[in-house]
Write a protein that binds this ligand. Sequence first.
Ligand code: ZN
Ligand code: ZN
Length: 411
Amino acid sequence: MRNGPQADDEGPEVDAEEPRVDAEGPRIDDGGPRVDDGSRAAPRGPRVTDHGGGIWSIPVPIPDNPLGHTLVHVIETDAGPVLIDTGWDDPTSWQTLADGLTACGTSVRALHGVLVTHHHPDHHGLSARVREESGAWIAMHAADTAVVRRTRRSDRGQWLGYLVEKLAAAGAPETHTAPLRTALAEGRGGALPGARAALPDREIEPNELLALPGRRLRAVWTPGHTPGHVCLHLEEQHPGNPAGSGSGSGSGSGDPGNPGGRGRGGRLFSGDHLLPTISPHIGLYEDPDSDESTDPLGDYLDSLERIARLRPAEVLPAHQYAFTDAQARVDELTAHHAERLSDLRALLSERDLTPWQLAETMRWNRPWEEIPFGSRNIAVAEAEAHLRHLVKLGRAEAVPGSTPVTYRATG
Ligand SMILES: [Zn+2]
Ligand SMILES: [Zn+2]
């Protein structure tokens, strides 16, 4: 990793002398077994990728999860390397992160800060350990910091109680809530996942440039997947795209008058907001302390538009792989949700349905009977998010006096 002053905002930040981890640098995919003499082979996994211009990604595994890994990004700054997300809290994941940083020519101890796109454990899981070992600060949007604070103080009993109440209100059958009620009655304790998550010490302010010496990175608030999700826009010319154009995004030949400047080109760290082939989960913002009727799907669709307007030359997401055509992906996701909304409204115009019945009737990637217990809770939250949005659009309404609440089409 290069030391010394950073290139200025205008120039491409490619340093010809710098070894590219992807090409010649140490690899972390040799997959050998651990040995006991203190040295050890690195775990199996994809290689660290050098994206150029002082940006790397490290695929940090998520154990037993089909997503496979979180792409933790490393940004070189004049004050030391900064991470975007940290990965799942697991010994193998930790080791992969540490080895990945070595492959980038740095170390955990050298880290200056951590920017967290959102509070989910595959993004924020290792932040506490990183801070412990390096003294790095941790920054997050206030709305997700509030979720972290709430999760740290609530226990499993409170959470189970909230879940049972919510599922019953959505029309979940007794057979679905019974195991939860039993667990609640038996006082089965234990910490909630996320109970040990680090409380951030800095706030990511939307639209502000982050205090990263030598870099131009702006926070873009993109609520939807979580209430405080942020994307981070690197407003520097793309090292592989000197014209600074939004490649393939329908922006034509770019904007020669504003190369790599604000609102055009550059690179976008998109977290879970914009992924190449996965549609991120949009449920309800779970807040037992609030009755506020939020519209996460509406937030998400607005956030998608906001991202498309930036016309990034490249998107560096937190899962899967980097891609270029942000606008095309935004269009696909917008169309996907529009189709879902119109399907749901069609179902509601046939008969009144509770959110649970709607989830049972909606199209999923497999038949409802094959969807496991925990995933049904996620499915019903997704159905409710779409319902909320239909209600906001004036295209559906709750039937007055119905318990559990049923919805019907309007307009
Ligand atoms: Zn997430
Ligand atoms: Zn994720």
